[in-house]
Design a protein around this ligand. Sequence first.
Ligand SMILES: [Zn+2]
Length: 703
Amino acid sequence: MKLLICAMALVLATSVYAQRVNPLLTPSTLPFQAPVFDKITDADFQPALEEGMRQQLQEINSIANNPAPPSLVNTIEAMERSGALLRRVEPIFNGMTSSNTNPTLQKVEREEAPKLAAHDDEIYLNAKLFARVKAIYDMRATLKLDPEALHVAERYYRDFVRAGALLSEADKTTLRALNKEESTLETDYRNKRLAGVNAAAIVVDDRAQLDGLSDADIAAAAQEAGRRGLTGKWVLTLQNTTQQPALASLKYRALRKRLHDASSARGTGSDANSTGTIITRLAQLRAQKARLLGFPNFAAFALDDQMAKTPDNALKLMNDVVLAATARAREEAARMQKLIDQEGGGFMLAPWDWQFYAERVRKADYDIDESEVRPYFELNRVLNDGMFFAATRLYGITFAERHDIPAYDADVRVWEVRDADGTPLGLFYGDFFSRSNKDGGGWTSSFVSQSTLLGTRNVVTNNENFTKPAPGEPALLTSDDVQTMFHEFGHALHSLFSTVRYPRSNGIVRDFTEFPSQLNEHWAFDPVVFANYAKHYKTGAPMPPALVEKIKKTKTFNQGFSTTENVAASLLDLAWHMIPADAPAQNVSAFEADALKKYHVDVPQVPPRYHSTYFSHIWSLGYSARYYSYLWTEVLDDDAYDWFMEHGGMTRQNGNRYRQMILARRGSQDFAAMYRAFRGRDPVVGPLLRERGLAVTKITKTN
Ligand SMILES: [Zn+2]
């Protein structure tokens, strides 16, 4: 009897197992088709991705072989509808490999990335399909298309041409091989970079060396050590950037140097996490790809479909900034050297000293430090009374937390977003804290994208890497963290307000995509918004007016440094992507030194924001030759912010106009034209220099 029960239980278990359906294969029945994170397992992704590609190729072949003459509906719209399964799975998979990865997912990623790249090639190098797209493109003027349909038809044609549709069969084969190699190398790069950042964490044996860090930071370092089986020690983990937050407070200079050296050396050397070979090959093969497609270098190819159009335009903008930025950085360095000398330090300011002495100068000149500020930036207050509050004020939208929607980690929270009239707009996920299985930095992505053609709304997610507080402690943010939150939420709003018909219209070019996010940063320091959230986490007391004034003053503080490290990274990126196709593999450190010298951004104390070996943006995150976009879009956001100020500031009327003319339109129109319509003219750089405090203050009379 006992045996029988066991046997039955086994049968039952087996049948339950056998009946389990891969949840990714059917549309989610959750609100807004939110991913069913409580049901999805790691093993579900690979079969769903493969099936998704198979289904889409079948659909694409039917479109290509349709005997009816090509029309917008039977070709472009049919392509827009194709690949429903892949469209569902891929964003969730990408989300998990970025925010919640593990060796299983990394293996799937490694295996599927080249297949996904080859899948895109199958579509964009399908000659019959291209003939139909080209037919529509050629007769577009006579088809009486509405502006969005016309724009989509043109973008499809350009997408095909950029993917190689006009190439000979032999060149198409070469291109396919280059794409496949590129995608494999990008995945290798990502995994090595993540392993590298974990391996580079600094282990400290002696608590005395941590002098200067707050008790909370020391507790977090002890916790991290415990997690790594190093109980009794302290571990300082690294962030993506060259400069590390702890450098601002560590008093022990030798530890600062150790931390900075570990950060800068990531990916160099010849160990398992070295990325040098990968990036030199990536630069080379991208150049070869560009030559095949008729461009002198990869940057020319990459910028051809951007708002900037050419590398020269991007270089011009940066050159306009370099002189003012490096001159200010040298002034800042001199000010710090003076402080070191006054104290009898007896050393020259080095990159690992910059954050520490900048903090000292800030205290001396502005009498402010982050530990004084952080108690007023408690995460939940910043979120509800700042970020959400500002959005309600500008656009009338509201937020209701949904505890019933499953997430992939206990720390991830979900809200439903509603329009002013109560109409649902979509879901917003917040994944705020750093984890070892999560990419560094902050970013926004969508699990589901809006399209009236498909009847979908947005399910959008914000990722940050704030330090997770010890249990029971509040999450107290730095002013940079607050800015990052508003930034990523600007991206989220851009998605949530989308009113496009075609999924393709959701494609935003890199040198426009950071404009709405950076504009949203301005509202964090709007006086009304700021007063609403910046309250002491214990007492609820508003931030004292004197401290608010100091924070405002510090907005231009250290901007010589920040702008220089940013523009150095941007120029380094362009340099890597302007090498000719026949150039040999480069020596990474020599190439980097040459490039920084050539563009006059070789300030010894100000290394680039990312050194080449750990510059994820350009090697694996889609910013290749487009890192300049951050500065370019800052020109737009400061200029657009001026428009708000010229028209009465943060009003619902202004918010609605901006929402309708920019955010809601996504990529359904030419970006330069869209901006011009909103602003009434092309953007100008003056507001950026003013906002960063880099505007020329001394005018030399020449007459
Ligand atoms: Zn951004």
